[in-house]
Design a protein around this ligand. Structure first.
Ligand code: GRF
Length: 208
C-alpha cells in the first residue's frame, strides 16, 4: 500500500459546484473511519471552496471551459481527484456530468446525493420537477454513480412529504436536512466496507 493511504482512515474527496452545505457536514463530522482530504470544484466562485479553505482542506478547480469536450474535462477531473489519492469520491452538488471514463477509473468508488426519490426526477432540478409534477411525497437518494445520469445502484433513500404551500426553497431545505444526516452515515458504511454491490442491489443498505 502506498504511503498516503497507509493510515486506517478512508480518504474522501468531495466534488461540489455550489454552496457546499453537504461538504460542510462531511468536514465537520468526526469519524475514525474516514476524513475529507480534498475538494474539487468546476466553479472558482463556489462557496464550497471557501468551506474547504476554512477547514484547512486542499482544493482544486477544474473548469469545463478550459477543455474541448466532456471526455477531456472528465480526464482532468479524474486527474485532480487522483492527486488526493482517495478511497471514495462524493458528488455533493457537483453540477457537471462526468463521462464514463470516471466510472472506469473509480469503479464503485463514486457516490452522489440527489434531492428526489430516484428513479423519479433525475437531473439538475429534482426538487422543482417533483413540485411541478404534484407529488405528495419526494425524498433523498444516495447512490453509486454509474454511466447514466442519477441512475446507479441505490444505497439509501428517505421520503419527505410535500406540504401545502411548499415552494422549491422550503422543500429543498427539508430535503437538505435529510441529506445532511444520510450522507455521513453512508460514507461511514463505505469506509467500513459494509456495502456490497451486486448488479443494482446494494447489500448492507444503511438505516439511520
Ligand atoms: C443538494 O441538494 C444535492 O442533493 C444536490 O445538490 C445540492 C447541493 O447542495 N445534488 P449543497 O451545495 O451541498 O448545499
Amino acid at each position: 500500500m502506498d504511503q498516503t493511504k497507509s493510515d486506517s482512515a478512508s480518504r474522501i474527496v468531495v466534488l461540489a459546484s455550489g454552496s457546499g452545505s453537504n461538504l460542510q457536514i462531511l468536514l465537520d463530522h468526526k469519524a475514525d473511519s474516514w476524513r475529507v482530504v480534498g475538494v474539487v470544484s468546476d466553479r472558482p466562485s463556489a462557496h464550497a471552496l471557501d468551506r474547504a479553505a476554512a477547514a484547512g482542506v486542499p482544493s482544486e478547480v477544474v473548469q469545463y471551459s478550459s477543455f474541448g469536450d466532456r471526455a477531456a474535462f472528465t480526464a482532468a477531473v479524474c486527474d485532480s481527484i487522483d492527486r488526493f489519492d482517495p478511497h471514495f469520491i462524493v458528488l455533493a452538488g457537483f453540477m457537471r456530468v462526468l463521462g464514463p471514463d470516471a466510472i472506469l477509473r473509480f469503479p464503485n468508488q463514486i457516490i452522489n446525493v440527489h434531492p428526489s426519490l430516484l428513479p423519479s426526477f433525475p437531473g439538475a432540478h429534482g426538487v422543482r420537477d417533483a413540485l411541478k409534477y404534484g407529488v405528495a411525497v419526494t425524498g433523498v437518494t444516495v447512490h453509486f454513480v454509474d454511466e447514466q445520469l442519477d441512475h446507479g445502484p441505490i444505497i439509501a433513500q428517505e421520503a419527505v412529504a410535500v406540504l401545502p404551500g411548499d415552494d422549491e426553497d422550503s422543500l429543498h431545505a427539508r430535503l437538505q436536512a435529510i441529506e445532511h444526516r444520510l450522507l455521513p452515515h453512508v460514507v461511514t458504511q463505505l469506509a467500513r466496507g459494509t456495502l456490497e454491490v451486486s448488479g443494482r442491489i446494494v447489500k448492507g443498505t444503511v438505516s439511520t
